[in-house]
Ligand binder design. Structure first.
Ligand code: NCD
Length: 309
């Protein structure tokens, strides 16, 4: 029997495969509730704190929506501007304080390891909503949910991860999870933005998979079942000149997909900048807005589970 009460969700490595399966299947239950009643009150009286030190549209607002649709309440901030961080308060003191205010804490912070630090200090479940370039586990859960929903299964799918694999935290966590679920992965990135060594080494050692890396999108489109494209993470480049060199590296349009499989799906964690031509939006390839919608039932499943409901 899976019990995730009190669990921190930092990088997905703290969850076993059956615990991830449990979250995905609960998300499917919540999706049905969303379609029928749109609401349940199982988290009535509970408070979620959203501490977002970096910009966010989908992650924060879907967590807020998820909490409201579970009957709970939300406190928090988006951007440190209005908080004591401006006065010089460190993250540790903020976490120690919020620990006394809320039942569960969702945090996004520019520093790698910040969510782990918060989990060490907090008695409440900590949900990592992105710590620098490191990890973004709730995005990965909704990515897995989307692939399973749209393709029927994850195991055996040929998934191309395209774009900024160096700084993209969504790509790091997704690569780990896809290996865990037995998908076949292809990495496509500019040479300077390839998947970090620590990620590929873990995949090879732990899952004994072969890593295929490319720089050109054309080489891989026809074989892919899922094309997961990511934004070049402008804000993480130490040198803006380096960003300028790679910013338009990949763009998917109908021309690029000419020889793609008929049932290929295109995913993107969003926001998109140059990566997907809007001409794709109304085609059957485009699943990225549906993917963003699935963030609601998936985050409902996470909140209910870590709060032991
Ligand atoms: C991603 C992130 O913040 O890492 N956004 C998201 O949560 N959907 C991707 C990105 O910013 O490129």
């Amino acid at each position: 029997m899976v019990n995730l009460k009190g669990k921190d969700i930092i990088s997905l490595r703290e969850l076993k495969k059956d615990e991830i399966e449990y979250l995905l299947s609960r998300a499917a239950d919540f999706e049905k509730i969303l379609q029928k009643e749109g609401y349940t009150n199982i988290l009535e009286g509970k408070i979620l704190a959203t501490l977002f030190y970096e910009p966010s549209t989908r992650t924060r607002l879907s967590f807020v929506t998820a909490m409201h649709r579970l009957g709970g309440n939300v406190i928090g901030f988006s951007g440190p501007e209005g908080t004591s961080a401006v006065k010089g308060e460190n993250l540790s003191d903020t976490i120690r304080t919020i620990d006394n205010y809320a039942d569960v804490i969702a945090i996004r912070h520019p520093e790698e390891g910040s969510a782990k630090l918060a989990a060490q200090l907090s008695t409440r479940p900590i949900i990592n909503c992105g710590d620098g370039s490191h990890a973004h586990p709730t995005q990965t859960l909704l990515d897995l949910y989307t692939i399973r929903k749209e393709k029927g299964k994850i195991n055996g799918q040929k998934v191309a991860l395209v774009g900024d694999l160096k700084y993209g935290r969504t790509a790091h966590t997704l690569a780990y999870a896809l290996a865990l679920f037995g998908a076949d992965m292809i990495f496509v990135s500019p040479e300077s933005l390839s998947m970090p060594k620590d990620v590929t080494t873990e995949l090879k050692d732990k899952f004994e998979i072969e890593i295929k890396e490319y720089t050109k999108l054309e080489n891989i489109v026809k074989d892919a079942d899922v094309l997961y494209i990511t934004r070049i993470q402008k804000e993480r480049f130490p040198d803006p000149g380096e960003y300028e060199k790679v910013k338009g590296a990949y763009k998917i349009d109908l021309n690029v997909l000419e020889n793609a499989k008929k049932d290929l799906i295109v995913l993107h964690p969003l926001p998109r900048v140059y990566e997907i031509d809007p001409e794709l939006d109304n085609t059957k390839f485009a699943k990225y807005f549906k993917q963003a919608y699935y963030g609601i039932p998936v985050r409902m499943a996470i909140l209910a589970s870590v709060l032991g409901k």
